[in-house]
Design a protein around this ligand. Structure first.
Ligand SMILES: [Zn+2]
Length: 322
């Protein structure tokens, strides 16, 4: 797991700390035409029939007393008086695998959007393809990404094949040493993640209590802080390496070399910070099909009562099936 975390963390670090690096600038120049299409597509996103089915005036925060009662029956919900389970993958039987897409957003990324250095951190081509082919997928959303892309969030929530999960509010580090990510104060961890559940749950659709730490960095203190929220921590066992990729082939190779039944595949929907993911997707899907593997929702791959599969936390063995 050190290697997995190191890879994800290093890439996350690049994404957060180095948004103006040369490859980005070169990439923006090469893809300016497609960037313009993304802007148009984003404007269209809210007009799609599936998106219009959801309320347009989504509140930023639902009433606090509506969350706990509903939350404890959602996929990934766990008891609140023990450390949350940490899961890498589902049972190694059957043929299901989970495609998961992180939607990072940081203060620095938002500055680059507002300053015009970046066109979009929402990969609409990727979402288009998932929707066109009817592919199940699970999205780990940061609260800031949801605030930046409310129309896209409505579109994701309106698709019954898409599940929504939590990736913190502003993608801060939850441990002391998480590859240089700005660190969140321990006393603010619970509220940060609760706030993000509130933001995401306001959109309806397939809500979950799945959560992924930025850089996959967590320790006992971080898990303790999140225990009251009754969630499941999902790391993943297949890191695609899609952030800042300059070609789709290495992403496809990384996924297909590692994937097995029950795998949880970590990808990104962040467009400018993961510009090859949409091009890699059809090749990943083809490779999965060749191997007899089938994309499924994360909740299906982990399975009800199967949160223990792939767990690395001894504390969770006393947890009931949930
Ligand atoms: Zn992330």
């Amino acid at each position: 797991m050190v290697t997995l975390a190191a890879v994800v963390g290093a890439l996350t670090l690049l994404a957060v700390l180095n948004p103006l690096r040369q490859p980005d600038d070169a990439d923006l120049g090469q893809r300016s035409e497609s960037g313009a299409r993304f802007v148009e597509a984003e404007a269209d996103a809210g007009d799609r029939p599936e998106a219009s089915a959801t309320p347009s005036n989504v509140p930023s925060t639902p009433p606090a007393d509506t969350l706990p009662g509903a939350a404890d029956t959602l996929p990934g919900a766990t008891r609140t008086d023990a450390l949350p389970p940490v899961v890498d993958h589902g049972p190694r039987r059957g043929n299901k695998v989970a495609l998961t897409f992180d939607a990072d957003m940081t203060d620095a990324m938002r500055r680059h959007l507002r300053g015009g250095a970046v066109t979009s951190y929402a990969n609409l081509k990727l979402i288009d393809r998932l929707e066109r082919d009817g592919i199940p997928a699970t999205f780990f959303l940061t609260g800031m990404w949801v605030e930046q892309y409310p129309k896209v969030t409505r579109r994701l929530a309106a698709n019954p094949r898409f599940e929504l999960a939590n990736h913190t509010y502003g993608h801060h580090a939850f441990t002391a040493d998480c590859y240089g990510l700005p660190r969140i104060d321990r006393r603010k961890m619970t509220a940060d993640v609760a706030r993000t559940f509130d933001l995401v749950s306001a959109y309806g659709g397939r809500q979950t209590r799945y959560f992924r730490f930025p850089g996959l960095c967590h320790d006992r203190a971080a898990l303790t802080a999140l225990a009251p929220l009754g969630l499941t921590v999902v790391d993943g066992d297949v890191v695609s390496g899609d952030p800042f990729a300059t070609a789709w082939q290495p992403i496809v190779r990384a996924v297909l070399d590692q994937v097995r039944p029950g795998s949880v595949i970590v990808l990104h929907v962040t467009e400018a910070n993961a510009p090859m993911t949409d091009e890699a997707l059809p090749h990943i899907l083809a490779g999965l099909a060749e191997r007899g593997l089938e994309p499924a929702l994360l909740s299906e791959v982990l399975g009800t009562g199967q949160a223990g599969a792939g767990s690395r936390e001894p504390d969770r063995t006393d947890l009931p099936d949930a």
